[in-house]
Ligand binder design. Structure first.
Ligand code: GTP
Ligand code: MG
Length: 238
């Protein structure tokens, strides 16, 4: 039940909270409230995902019909569970109220778009960003500047309007755009990190480093061949 789940979350964060001198009774109370409120609110984030997914599907189907080719290979979405929202809310620190949590956590709704080619990644991001009802909140280009571990992807947080019966809600959605090679690397890295709980043996770390270079090289080679398939779009901005 809710109480025991919240208790378990507080217990899991106990060390950190004690170090921060947090009143644990009060925190547990706040977390219980956040838990209940967010369980209702979570639906709005699903609507945000639905809106973005519709946009992506429209682009994809239009491309398939006109060009017999789609720059989008696959699309997956996920909605953060209430448990992992609370876990992240505690981990990131700050006020444990719904407005404060919504202001600091922008990946409650996530949509991952996988493309064949790097230029298509930027192209799709560009097309979505130029849609008048989407507002771009942040862009993190880990393709131009990969993370130290070799992670590459384009992250765009967009805000999408969701029209409810009584009001319009603006929901942030985290878009992760990447190539098939980037996705393959990231999912493997994720599985390994999960298995080793971030303490990867040096040999595996080196193997991953090397795989990241190979994946980036493959993307470059594929990009050169792409030109043969279809000319570069006008608006792409890699
Ligand atoms: P989060 O608190 O994890 O959301 O980090 P952040 O706010 O600093 O955002 P960032 O852009 O770094 O990462 C957001 C998301 O991108 C993560 O939740 C993962 O899904 C993905 N990601 C980022 N870095 C890595 C990585 O090194 N490996 C893998 N597999 N995924 C990553
Ligand atoms: Mg995240």
């Amino acid at each position: 039940d809710t109480r025991s789940r919240v208790r378990a979350l507080v217990a899991a964060q106990q060390d950190q909270l004690t170090r921060q001198g947090v009143d644990q009774e009060m925190l547990a109370r706040q977390m219980r409230q956040v838990y209940e409120e967010f369980t209702q609110l979570r639906m709005h984030y699903q609507f945000g995902i639905d809106e973005v997914q519709t946009k992506v599907n429209i682009l994809r189907q239009e491309f398939e019909q006109i060009h017999d080719y789609s720059p989008i290979e696959h699309v997956r979405s996920r909605l953060k569970s209430t448990e992992s929202l609370i876990e992240k809310a505690v981990r990131t620190g700050g006020e444990m109220t719904i407005p404060a949590i919504r202001a600091r956590i922008h990946d409650i709704a996530g949509v991952r778009i996988t493309c064949s080619f790097v230029s298509d990644v930027y192209w799709i991001a560009d097309m979505l960003s130029r849609q008048p009802d989407l507002e771009v909140l942040t862009v993190k280009d880990y393709i131009a500047a990969p993370k130290p571990n070799g992670y590459r992807s384009l992250h765009v947080i967009v805000q999408v309007p969701v029209f409810l019966s009584q009001h319009t809600e603006y929901v942030p959605v985290e878009l992760q755009l990447r190539t098939i090679a980037m996705d393959f690397w990231a999912s493997t890295e994720h599985k390994l990190s999960y298995k080793y709980e971030k303490n990867l043996p040096a040999s595996l770390r080196a193997e991953l480093d090397d795989a990241a270079r190979v994946a980036a090289d493959l993307d470059e080679r594929m990009e050169r061949m792409r030109a043969e398939i279809r000319p570069m779009p006008e608006h792409s901005a890699p």
